[in-house]
Design a protein around this ligand. Sequence first.
Ligand SMILES: C[S@@+](CC[C@H](N)C(=O)[O-])C[C@H]1O[C@@H](n2cnc3c(N)ncnc32)[C@H](O)[C@@H]1O
Length: 399
Amino acid sequence: MAERVFIRKNDKPWRQGWELTDDERDVFRQRSRQSNAAKVAAVRGHGPEPVHDINVPSLDPDDLMAQLPTNGVRSLSLFSGCGGLDHGYERAGYEHVASYDHYAPAGETMRAIRPSWEVYSGEAGDVTKVNWRPYRGRVDVVHGGPPCQPFSMAGRQLGKNDTRDMFPEFVRAVLEIKPQAFMAENVAALGSDKFSAYVKNTIIKPLSAEYQVVRFQLTAASFGVPQRRQRLFFVGFRSKRAAMRFKAPAVTHSFAHLEPRRAAMLSFHDLEAPLERCMGAREALGLPDIGFDALAPTLRSSLTGPRHTTSVVSSVTAHKLWTQLGIWPNGVAPTREAARQFVAANGDFRLSVPDCAILQGFPESWPVLGSVYVALGQIGNAVPPPLAYHIAKQIAATL
Ligand SMILES: C[S@@+](CC[C@H](N)C(=O)[O-])C[C@H]1O[C@@H](n2cnc3c(N)ncnc32)[C@H](O)[C@@H]1O
């Protein structure tokens, strides 16, 4: 058997590279060359005849979050990425104070969408360099999703030993600004036993001297987002009474018709209204009925893991589900027109960046900029705006 080698060496412990034999590496290279050649041919109009119409999505994620009137509550966004949280808070009626993210392309997306917003990116957006005290008295809610890679399987779960761990910086910002409330978000894995000491010592302990902290998990599909995605939220209030009044958002949608077993595991108490039906991925994207639909598998962020990619496949199981859905999740195209033109080898419907954005809960009016892997990185890292919206509503109601 041929010797196993790493294809890429570097000093980042979370980037281990793929372990491949020379033969396996050749197969991947050949596939990649063939795929690139097919893409070039498609762009020049020399590929196979398109087999799908350009899709017209049925889901407008803004319909999942009716614009609320201004509520006068001022919010500051840390680790804002392409603005999943920012958009949800905006729809819930908050007044935007500023956004910070050190990833320059994310800043470009935000500035293009909201030219009047104060957006700090690149070096100016690096939260480790900011003195937050000048924001004291100017901000009511600080929200942010520190990078999830230190806690996610794809990021190798190094926790506080991962230099990308930014929770201490989030805590520092909250303690310097002293807003009435804060909200932090991360992958559900942060709530597992593996990280219970981390959560206690790094998040709860330093904040609990001044804040009452509540934590809960939400499932994106319970709020109408057609994707398998669970997130963990920490919400804190300076006032004990406010913390006691706060209620995590009640679910608005059911996905039992798509995933009965998974849906049955969630118990729905205190429902105020009958649930709406969450669309499946095919229905949301406006694809023809093939007698099967499901929530899209969790979209992988192309910036997470060992290499940058234009695939959104997050696991082998995910790949199988994409196949059942008749959707090709690799070589995501920049636009719907380009996706139609670049026919997938198996004839499945090829995803485009705007389609991935819809599956993540972003409306077409919030276009994410950058080359395909850069845009997919921002989308896959984002909090689905409808989740942010419902929490923001509950926080505002509490305050
Ligand atoms: C999980 S994403 C947040 C996504 C965002 N909350 C949303 O909903 O779209 C984490 C973000 O943290 C940013 N980040 C990581 N380290 C940072 C730092 N030192 N300063 C500012 N931003 C940072 C990354 O660029 C990334 O966009």
